[in-house]
Design a protein around this ligand. Structure first.
Ligand code: IN0
Length: 413
């Protein structure tokens, strides 16, 4: 019902949604027949929904390597995330995870739902990993080793300063960027990107997740998870969980805006990283999550709902992003448009208003300086406006027909 209402409100979502559905059906048909690869690709579809589609569009060898990298990281994440595992059990698993991927016998039961299946049947992932080229295996092993050690370090350490926050995000997401850049390079299609830019790609995605998932993480049972740095939230409340209470709404939104402003710092690096990519499928694989992230930040900024429930981009808009992201012009347009949605939400009484505004303007300048903005209208927002005005016109035409029908029946009586 909710999705029907959303489509009625945004009728232009319908076509991209149908295309996404068809692409998803097509991708499911292409799942390989060998049992270990079949397990890996169907698991990928279960844990990453639309993102799996974009992975499946990569060239065969790179696609297999990215699929395994993604599942290994999800498995490592499942161990890290499971708050019911005692620390003395969890830490050795995280530290040795890079060796477990070589061991077809290894498995550890934890997590819930599809993640539990992934962990219970991890031997399929190891079997597939052992079939990858050596260059891909080395890159995945190296990143898994460094990430596992970093996660272990943060099991017993709180995220106090902004430096801690950047360090934690480096372990769980920046390293993913470094690993992916290595995989792209190993595939022979891309130059090796500078580590600092690869890191920013991960930090921008992960910081957006941490902002969006505040409520889910704070309400985690049996133990809450806290990733917002004390250096930021302590300016607004005494305890991180106080942000969710209604009486602290004003402070909560100010703190949220501070967090969003911090995340926006990485955008220029991300634009630079994406503009250097050459392969179309790799480009889409990188650009789609980035556009989703700036869209999510625009939605979360100044939005108290982040502390009340789930704030997510609607499915139709996600489908549009997947359907229409093909080159850097699309990326600049999307970043420009989403920062334009955020900009009027900046309240001049917000303690970080000047900082946020200068971040948004720097992003818009980077998009403008690309020289492509005036060549084309936005592929997302403009069409939204056009369609909503079309809907208003249709509404008035229907109203006029009903009115003239009613007046003619009354006149005949
Ligand atoms: C990712 C990233 C990802 C993709 C492309 C380039 C990247 C460069 C640097 C770092 C990460 C990069 O993208 C996914 C996107 C994703 O999984 N989306 C989910 C939505 C969701 O809410 O979970 C979907 O279902 O579509 C991502 O978020 N991460 C990720 C993990 C592994 C790999 Cl190989 C690539 C997770 C994270 C923590 C942000 C790195």
């Amino acid at each position: 019902m909710g999705s029907l209402a959303a489509v009625l409100r945004h009728p232009d979502d319908l076509y991209p949604l149908l295309r996404l559905k068809m692409a998803s059906r097509q991708a499911e048909k292409q799942i390989p027949s060998e049992p270990h690869w079949a397990f890996c690709y169907s698991m990928l579809h279960k844990v990453s929904r639309s993102f799996a589609l974009v992975i499946q569009q990569l060239g065969t060898d790179l696609r297999n390597a990215v699929c395994i990298f993604y599942l290994v990281l999800r498995a490592l994440d499942t161990v890290e995330d499971d708050t019911s595992i005692p620390t003395d059990v969890k830490v050795p698993i995280l530290i040795a995870f890079h060796r477990h991927v070589y061991d077809r016998e290894w498995h550890f039961s934890c997590g819930t739902k599809e993640y539990k299946v992934l962990m219970d049947q991890f031997h399929h992932v190891s079997t597939a990993f052992l079939e990858l080229g050596k260059g891909y295996q080395d890159a995945i092993e190296d990143i898994t080793k460094r990430m596992g050690a970093g996660m272990a370090k943060f099991i017993c350490k709180e995220v106090e300063s902004i430096d801690d926050y950047d360090e934690y995000c480096y372990y769980v997401a920046g390293l993913v960027g470094l690993g992916l850049s290595k995989l792209f390079y190993a595939s022979g299609t891309e130059d090796l990107a500078p580590d600092s830019l690869s890191n920013s790609m991960g930090l921008f995605l992960q910081k957006t997740n941490i902002i969006r998932d505040y409520l889910e993480d704070i309400n985690e049972i049996p133990k809450c998870r806290m990733f917002w740095p004390r250096e930021i939230w302590s300016k607004y409340v005494n305890k991180l969980e106080d942000l969710k209470y209604e009486e602290n709404s004003d402070k909560a939104v100010q703190c949220l805006n501070d967090m969003v402003t911090n995340a926006l710092m990485h955008v220029e690096d991300c634009l630079k990283y994406m503009s250097a990519l050459r392969d179309h499928a790799i480009f889409r694989f990188c650009a789609i999550p980035q556009i989703m992230a700036i869209g999510t930040l625009a939605l979360c900024y100044n939005n108290i709902e982040v502390f009340r429930g789930v704030v997510k981009m609607r499915r139709g808009l996600t489908a549009k992003v997947i359907d229409r992201t093909n080159n850097m012009t699309d990326v600049y347009l999307a970043f420009y448009d989403f920062s334009n949605i955020l900009k009027p939400k900046i309240n001049k009484n917000d303690p970080n208003a000047t900082k946020t505004l200068s971040r948004v303007e720097a992003i818009q300048k980077a998009c403008m300086d690309s020289g492509v903005l005036n060549k084309r209208k936005s592929y997302i927002i403009q069409s939204e406006l056009r369609y909503s005005s079309t809907m208003i016109v249709i509404f008035f035409i229907i109203l006029a027909i009903i009115f003239s029908y009613l007046s003619s029946t009354r006149a005949s009586k």
